[in-house]
Design a protein around this ligand. Structure first.
Ligand SMILES: [Zn+2]
Length: 308
């Protein structure tokens, strides 16, 4: 009879737990993530330098020697080559294996959370993966050159709108539209939800940059951050966009103190913190959406209180 305790609501909990930690598919997605990460490295180097992503093949930026497939295996090649080019022994930036490992980790984490744990549709998983890839490119370009490439946001912003029509569950799952329809057409509603998310994200950062300019008398935040946050909001919806806006400064403060202490430059890229906050808020979306809902209700009560 004890066996019965494993069954809850007709579902075998043991099976769900096992499913939720299926090691073979997790390692498969880790390897896929490493390979995608290797391509993101190409994007990070070539996009800001206005070079083609497809040709020529990977080469050493120091001696221009083409890199063979055996020297292009994610992470492993870096370890076997001891972090140096095979031909000229120039140092390979640590960024290469880092981006690959980070992408692998993001793939595994999102797959675990959205497919194995929450049983969301693969479409939603793909949307978040696409957003995270764009965020990884923006983050590492921003860290190196203090600019968020337009090539990422100008593709990302329309893509976010298209994805919210192709994959309407993206906004439905976040409770943006529950019990509420603006037009009566589901996919048009999700398109509007995406647009509202985009405007919320973009406008919040834009207001900050105007305020920063007014207070500090110089550019505090670039238009790149506005476009980046617009792209994020288009995928996450307005509730998570607001959450990301409030979470990002915490990561920013953690980084700003050591940078201002040890570096002469007072320029700190903000894109990486928005990206990190976006990842955290997407993974913990139930918590953050709940929090925003609570504040909405609180304001509703306060507002109706003033009128009664
Ligand atoms: Zn070389």
């Amino acid at each position: 009879m004890k066996q019965l305790s494993f069954y809850k609501g007709g579902v075998d909990i043991r099976k769900n737990l096992l499913d939720a930690a299926d090691p073979s598919s997790l390692s498969l997605f880790f390897v896929v993530g490493l390979i995608v990460g290797s391509f993101l490295n190409v994007c990070i180097y070539r996009i800001p330098r206005k070079k083609s992503l497809v040709s020529p093949r990977s080469f050493c930026p120091n001696c221009n020697t083409p890199i063979g497939w055996y020297a292009n295996i994610p992470v492993l090649s870096y370890i076997f080559l001891l972090g140096r080019c095979r031909a000229c022994k120039a140092k390979i930036p640590i960024r290469y294996p880092l981006v690959e490992l980070l992408t692998g980790y993001v793939f595994v984490h999102l797959y675990y959370v959205f497919i194995q744990y929450r049983h969301e549709s693969p479409c939603i998983f793909i949307c978040y993966i696409a957003l995270c890839c764009a965020l990884i490119i923006s983050t590492f370009v921003d860290l190196e050159l203090l600019v968020i490439p337009n090539e990422v946001t100008f593709v990302g912003i329309p893509l976010a709108l298209v994805l919210s029509v192709i994959c309407p569950g993206l906004h439905d799952a976040q409770n943006t539209l529950r019990n509420f329809s603006l037009t009566g057409i589901y996919r048009l509603d999700t398109l509007i939800a995406s647009t509202i998310g985009m405007l919320t994200g973009g406008c919040l950062i834009f207001l900050c940059s105007i305020l920063g300019k007014w207070v500090f008398k110089k550019d505090a935040m670039g238009l790149g951050d506005v476009k980046l946050m617009g792209m994020i909001g288009g995928i996450t919806g307005w509730k998570l966009a607001v959450s990301i806006f409030f979470v990002a400064p915490f990561f920013g403060l953690l980084m700003a103190v050591p940078v201002l202490l040890f570096k002469k430059s007072h320029l700190i890229p903000y894109g990486p913190f928005l990206s990190l906050a976006a990842l955290v808020c997407i993974v913990m979306q139930d918590y953050f959406i709940g929090l925003v809902n609570m504040y909405v209700q609180l304001f509703a009560v306060l507002f109706s209180g003033f009128h009664s």
